[in-house]
Design a protein around this ligand. Structure first.
Ligand code: NAI
Length: 784
């Protein structure tokens, strides 16, 4: 026991643990837990143990959900759906308010329970997790109230299967359940096996507030239970967890029509410029990587420091590291609690040891580790080579890497040198520099002079292999609504290709009337195969089209990649090019109509006229489809900016060969994407006729690339390509399944486009533009 003079000397705190008695009493009164299905707890089945990671003590036994449990929960959710979705938004809002208020009433209880179950410090559960849970429920009660007005014509998706991780157990539950319920869905939620207890306490709260039975169902269990939920009769899966499992879920749901959102891992950069407030940035690191023991998907795990201040920064960081208090998570002065489970601890130890073996130098806090429980002293690595495992792999523990850079360009390059894209944090007192870097970093969330702030009012979610979909804000509610339904139209089957070598032409002479080439990088290119295929129109063969192959797709993607300047052009610039394109198409209206007629298009004149109007429409939208400023709780403005994906693959419908193609290409390029398109397999020649229109419209080479040939084979290569960030596919159900399954490699965003009446209103609109963009949320200090 330190004496008073010792304490005055060190200014150290004495222990101040939060009492756990009430929670332990609750746990022992409940005994073994069953699942919460249809408004009541089932009798416990086969159970597994849930332990306190700080002590190893047994907290509870919880049931391992099997297929039958999942099926029962889904059945209850399905039965509850009609009534719940037909309640007025106001009535649903009242239920959400009641949940929020009851959470607030039990704030201390839930904070202690979460700390016991997860091992995170009570300061965090009390001041961050649980208040944010209440905030999320209140915020979404508001969305329920306004749903009809804010999202006219849209309805709930249906029964939602939700699978959550263990790092913010109750908060992730709220992120999933609040928007789902607000939008009129019912849910079956599976908490993580390490941390199911606050979800079970939440189930009790649902019963307490009189939430109609079956609206929220909780099934506990491990990955097998999660997999059973993915396979069950649900309309949507919302998942947060590892990229590996996200990928498996992408494959498992391919072709099922289940809506999917994935919030996955990250290796987020934390960029400190020489002109940053160094002490502020050091404190930022504490919140970035030592918060929640680094078990945070958006943790700033790669610290990038500008060379000139690297020495000072590292010194101050080391000093701050030495002041962190590790120990009993229930102690109010603990900074670093326990790692969630011995399995995770072993994983962190292995990765850290491997990093050291590969030459990185570990700077670790000189903490005394408790004699029992899963603890890991926080720290950071220096001397880290880019190829070191700890530079690339998510450690998911309290250890960052620290490397240096010289120029802003180099910082951006290093920041983007990862397959992930969840978050980034930029530190500089120079607003021009900070916002310039924020714009160039590929991440779904960017914090300027801040890190790890969350709010129900702002969207959260990743780029690239960090997943897709957003949680929070307007975007998050949209993920739980079905789009206004499209009247799907059957499409003509793609014809079998009659192939042969492309006849060699003597210089300057076309061998047969029309032998269309491919269009790659702004130039006409012979197909790599050297073959073409016959295109039949009303009166027999009307021309030949290049038989594109995998190699051509790869070349086209490379050309599109190089045309990155298009994404940086202003909306105004892009609008100018699209207006020019519209005018050039209009100048050749009669000619295109004739070509379409000979190809067999049923309404050639109407098709061209609509295509021209559509080009004007998307030119008009190019500088108008913009973002929003979200109101969040802290002193920030959160700019929600729609950004292009980069390179998009587009497989076009077989019918409406000109209009189908332009209806998909135009919104994509209007938003700054570059496109590799596979036009109608049956009638590709009106697409190839567009090459000249593109050439005369100042469209930079590589922005639109066209590869003719077997649509589904070419779509497969596009869907599997790691440099294609999004893929739209219009075609057969089998083709859509193939595209979704192939997309799992880099977790590209896919859209199965229903074939529709392309001449009608459903062929254009803001829906296409929002499908062509992903939202980046940039938190900028504002006010105060
Ligand atoms: P995980 O991805 O296996 O677990 C997350 C959730 O998915 C849990 O509820 C789990 O039961 C469920 N699950 C597991 N396999 C499933 C399957 N095949 N189908 C459906 N659901 C399934 O993550 P885990 O193993 O707990 O942690 C491993 C690593 O994943 C961590 O070290 C970290 O790198 C990453 N991770 C990332 C998280 C994030 O928030 N992005 C959260 C948790 C883990």
């Amino acid at each position: 026991m330190p004496s008073v003079s010792d304490i005055l000397e060190t200014m150290d705190y004495g222990p101040a643990p939060e009492a756990a008695g009430e929670v332990l009493k609750w746990l022992s009164a409940r005994g073994d837990f069953g699942h919460y299905i249809n408004g009541r707890f089932t009798p416990p089945g086969t159970t597994f143990e849930v332990r306190n990671p700080a002590t190893g003590d047994l907290l509870a036994r919880v049931s391992q959900g099997g297929e039958a449990d999942v099926a029962a929960a889904v059945k209850a959710a399905r039965a509850a759906l009609p009534r719940w979705s037909k309640l007025s938004g106001h009535d649903r809002a009242r239920h959400l308010y009641a949940l929020a208020r009851h959470i607030q009433k039990r704030e201390r209880f839930l904070a202690v329970l979460e700390t016991l179950d997860n091992g995170k410090p009570i300061r965090e559960t009390r001041d961050i997790d649980v208040p944010l849970v209440a905030r999320h429920l209140y915020h979404h009660a508001g969305w329920a109230e306004m749903l009809a007005e804010e999202f006219p014509g849209q309805g709930p998706v249906g029964v939602c299967g939700q699978i959550i991780p263990w790092n913010f157990p109750l908060l992730m539950l709220a992120w999933k359940i609040a928007p789902a319920l607000a939008a009129g869905n019912t849910v079956v939620l599976k908490p993580a096996e390490y941390t199911p207890l606050t979800a079970l306490a939440f189930a009790e709260i649902c019963a307490e507030v009189g939430l109609p039975k079956g609206v929220v169902n909780i099934v506990t269990g491990d990955g097998a239970t999660g997999a059973a939920l993915v396979a069950a009769d649900v309309d949507k899966i919302a998942f947060t967890g590892s990229t590996e499992v996200g990928r498996a879920i992408r494959k498992a749901t391919a072709g099922t029509g289940k809506k999917l959102t994935l919030e996955l891992g990250g290796k987020s950069p934390f960029i400190v410029f020489a002109d940053a407030d160094i002490d502020g940035a050091v404190e930022g690191v504490v919140d970035a990587i030592w918060f929640n023991q680094g078990q945070v998907c958006c943790a700033g795990s790669r610290i990038l420091v500008q060379e000139g201040i690297a020495g000072t920064f590292t010194e101050r960081l080391t000093a701050r590291l030495g002041k962190l208090r590790l120990g009993d998570p229930l102690d109010k002065s603990t900074d670093i609690g326990a790692i969630v489970d011995p399995v995770q601890l072993a994983r962190i130890r292995d990765l850290v040891a491997q990093g050291q073996a590969e030459g990185a130098v570990l700077h670790q806090a000189p903490c005394q580790l408790p004699s029992r429980g899963s603890f890991f002293a926080p720290g950071f690595f220096t001397n880290v080579a880019p190829a070191n495992i700890v530079s690339e792999v998510e450690i998911f523990g309290p250890v960052a890497t620290l490397t240096t850079f010289r120029t802003p360009d180099e910082a951006v390059e290093l920041a983007n040198n990862t397959r992930y894209g969840l978050a980034a944090s930029v530190w500089s007192e120079n607003i021009n520099l900070a916002l310039d870097v924020a714009a160039r970093v590929k991440a779904g969330v960017v914090w300027v002079n801040a890190t790890n702030i969350f709010d129900a009012g702002a969207g959260f979610g990743g780029y690239r292999e960090s997943g897709f979909g957003r949680e929070g804000g307007r975007e998050g509610v949209g993920e739980y609504l079905s789009e206004a339904p499209v009247k799907a139209k059957a499409e003509s089957a793609p014809v079998t290709l009659e192939t042969g070598p492309v006849p060699e032409a003597p210089a300057g002479v076309e061998p047969i009337d029309r032998t269309a080439k491919l269009y790659i990088g702004g130039a006409q290119k012979r197909p790599d195969s050297g073959y073409s295929y016959a295109v039949r129109g009303k009166g027999g063969v009307i021309g030949l089209a290049g038989l594109g192959s995998r190699k051509d797709i790869r070349n086209a993607v490379e050309a599109a990649h190089k045309a990155a300047g298009w994404g940086r052009a202003t909306g105004h610039n892009r609008a100018q090019v699209l207006y020019y394109l519209a005018e050039n198409l209009a100048a050749r209206e009669a000619e295109f109509a004739l070509r379409l007629k000979s190809a067999g298009s049923p309404k050639p004149a109407e098709e061209v006229a609509t295509a021209i109007r559509r080009a004007f429409y998307y030119a008009a939208q190019a500088d108008k489809f913009d973002g929003a400023v979200h109101a969040t709780k802290s002193a920030h403005v959160t700019l929600a900016m729609p950004e292009p994906f980069g390179v998009m693959g587009i497989a076009c419908p077989t019918d409406a060969p000109l209009l189908g193609l332009l209806s998909l290409i135009l919104p994509a390029i209007a938003m700054g994407n570059r496109v590799v398109a596979v036009p109608s397999q049956n009638m590709p020649l009106s697409a190839t006729d567009l090459y000249q229109v593109f050439d005369t419209s100042d469209l930079p080479g590589g922005v639109v690339n066209i590869v003719t040939g077997p649509r589904d084979d070419l779509a497969k290569t596009l869907a599997a390509h790691d440099d294609v960030a999004a893929m739209w596919y219009c075609g057969s159900p089998e083709g859509a399944r193939m595209v979704e399954a192939e997309s799992a490699g880099n977790l590209k965003v896919t859209w199965r486009v229903q074939n529709r009446d392309w001449l009608g209103a459903e062929g254009q609109g803001r829906g296409f533009l929002s499908r062509a963009t992903q939202i980046k949320n940039i938190w900028v200090p504002y006010g105060e």
